[in-house]
Design a protein around this ligand. Structure first.
Ligand code: LIP
Length: 275
């Protein structure tokens, strides 16, 4: 990996753990909403984002910081494909869980350059779990290598959600989930996309889709899934890092295609029902 990048990874993991401590210890936080009643933001989200912005940009002087709570690049900034290092951070993924005291939220940190996520760290402070991956170096959980399962679609566990922040898209989500449920084993919903994708990377769940996911929810986990031997994509390939959109993932190319077809039939393909 070469020392500079190894040090970058270790420093990023260290900051993710420290950010997780803020999440665990911040008792009297304030709760608000963004746009819809389902879309929570807390004073802890802001505190953790400010902390990570300060510390991560100090790790790479001149790097850009993109965080859920503001700090978003203009679409035409040309930033995403540029030579500039870009941190993509969700200070608390699973904020609704956090606001309700459900102890199931994670800190998600990705480092991207030229439109590709090269490093991803996801920290679950409640379960003391740290997932990480660096391009070409495999994926790890608390220092041990992890790998996706080889289950087929009939034995697959689906992780998904129903577009809580834009319920006009929920009926399509339920139709897709129903179609997959009729074939796969069962469905799990944790309330945090980044953690669900890490569960896929460690072989606990096997297929995944969300219709309306933002880059900070899955950027870090996308590298962890791929380094664990899994597949992750948007409807038209690649992983979009600009705006919210569908994300599909799977343990095998076959299962990923199966989920992709179910999603396309619902929203993607011309003549599909769409929203
Ligand atoms: C959440 C994701 C979740 C998704 C929610 C939201 P947040 O992220 O983790 O999977 O269903 O709509 O995007 O808002 O807690 O960072």
């Amino acid at each position: 990996m070469g020392n500079p990048m190894e040090k970058m990874l270790l420093d990023t993991i260290d900051l993710a753990v420290k950010a997780g401590e803020i999440v665990l210890c911040d008792e009297d936080f304030k709760v608000g909403n963004k746009g819809t009643k389902e879309n929570y933001v807390t004073s802890t989200d802001i505190k953790v984002q400010d902390y990570l912005k300060r510390e991560l940009t100090a790790l790479i002087p001149g790097s850009y910081f993109m965080g859920e709570e503001g700090d978003l690049p203009e679409k035409d900034s040309g930033l995403i494909g540029s030579d500039r290092w870009v941190w993509i951070v969700d200070p608390i993924d699973g904020t609704a869980n956090y606001a309700r005291g459900m102890d199931n939220s994670v800190v998600s940190i990705a480092l991207m350059r030229r439109g590709e996520v090269v490093l991803g760290v996801v920290r679950h402070p409640y379960l003391d779990l740290t997932f990480w991956a660096y391009k070409g170096q495999g994926a790890f959980l608390n220092g041990k290598p992890i790998h996706v399962s080889d289950r087929n679609i009939e034995h697959a566990m689906l992780a998904t959600a129903w577009s809580a922040y834009d319920k006009s898209k929920a009926p399509a989500c339920f139709r897709i989930a129903e179609k997959l449920y009729s074939v796969c084993e069962d469905i799990r919903r944790t309330g945090t996309a980044a953690y669900e994708l890490c569960l896929l990377a460690k072989g606990a769940v096997d297929i995944y889709f969300e219709i309306n996911l933002s880059p900070w929810d899955y950027a870090a986990a996308s590298r962890i899934v791929e380094e664990a031997g899994g597949h992750i994509r948007s409807l038209d390939g690649g992983v979009h890092l600009y705006g919210p959109g569908p994300v599909i993932a799977g343990n095998t190319a076959e299962n990923t295609d199966y989920v992709l077809k179910a999603v396309e039939q619902e929203i993607g393909a011309p003549g599909g029902r769409g929203f």
